[in-house]
Design a protein around this ligand. Structure first.
Ligand code: CP
Ligand code: NVA
Length: 308
């Protein structure tokens, strides 16, 4: 039986069972790394398009495609100029004639939807303004490693209701976790996508909430996640956001009020001293670097899932 999804644009398109299958494959690939992995991408090419900067995503996709036996081609966005030199539709129609996979990091989520709509090859979302599904998969793989797949920890995201927060909310909705976003008023997850996430909870047992009061959310938090206050493309709002997020820093004083064995994570890159302090980010209970490593394994799993 092939995958029920041809693309990975958002985890809201996936059922919990399919997500768990991908996570199990990621664990197998991690254990078998460089010891004769299956090579489902032998003689196949994956093209990477980045409209925004990247360290982790670019390296893990290039390395992952190579380790699966394939050939990654990085198409600099200045080269392709999606929608400027050529329409997104025409880029998609051309690429499908030559390559077997598109991995794209775009500003607008509509751009990646157009790439998927106008090509017959799988398209993987490497971050858009709205979603970052590969990050959420890597987070969940890391959480399973730390506390097991059956332990449904209470997760608190402190910060902006951004692409990373939305994808973490989505995976928690699909897999039955409790997840709260604590953010200043005006920085919540936009209502249309929040409604889709709420809908996804209906038969999974998940409970997803948003609230401005960090004090009341912190005491029951077992996992705390944070991300930059101004995402790529929002640089002009940096100073305004620093003011708005005062009091939402993840630091030792805050963690002293959380659950005793609290875990912390961050998608990286971090702005040390802003949304998180170094003593927290670099602590043993920080999952951030394990999560960064797991990007490689979980992306190999999703590629294998979509292409075999
Ligand atoms: N976390 C993440 O996606 O990192 P990059 O922006 O460096 O790819
Ligand atoms: N929210 C951040 C995530 C970076 C990986 C951004 O979009 O810039």
């Amino acid at each position: 039986m092939g995958p029920s999804n041809r693309n990975l644009l958002t985890l809201l398109d996936y059922e919990g069972d399919e997500i768990l299958m991908v996570l199990q494959q990621a664990a197998r690939l991690k254990a078998a790394r460089l010891t004769g992995d299956p090579k489902p991408l032998r003689d196949r090419t994956g093209v990477l398009i980045f409209e925004k900067p990247s360290l982790r995503t670019r390296i893990t996709f290039e390395t992952g495609i190579h380790e699966l036996g394939g050939h990654p081609v990085n198409l600099e966005s200045t080269m392709v100029q999606l929608g400027k030199r050529e329409s997104v539709e025409d880029v998609a129609r051309n690429l499908e004639r030559w390559v077997h996979l598109i991995v794209a990091r775009t500003f607008s989520h509509t751009t990646i939807e157009q790439l998927a709509a106008h090509s017959s090859i799988p398209v993987i979302n490497a971050l858009t303004d709205t979603f970052h599904p590969c990050q959420a998969l890597a987070f969940m793989q890391t959480l399973h490693e730390r506390i097991g797949a059956d332990s449904k920890a209470n997760i608190l995201f402190i910060g902006d209701g951004n692409n990373v927060c939305i994808s973490l909310m989505s995976i928690c909705a699909k897999l039955g976790y409790r997840f709260t976003l604590a953010c200043p008023p005006g920085y919540e997850v936009p209502a249309p996508v929040f409604q889709r996430i709420q809908h996804a909870c209906s038969n999974t047992g998940a409970a997803i909430a948003m609230q401005p009061d960090l004090n009341s959310a912190i005491a029951s938090a077992e996992v705390i996640y944070t991300d930059v206050w101004a995402s790529m493309g929002q640089e002009k709002e940096t100073e305004k956001r620093k003011k708005a997020f005062t009091g939402y820093q993840v630091n030792s004083q805050l963690l002293a009020r959380a659950s005793r064995d609290v875990l912390v994570s961050h998608c990286l890159p971090a702005h040390r001293g802003e949304e998180i302090t170094s003593e927290v980010l670099d602590a043993d209970f920080s999952m951030a670097l394990d999560e960064a490593e797991n990007r490689l394994h979980v992306q190999k799993a999703i590629i294998s899932h979509l292409l075999t």
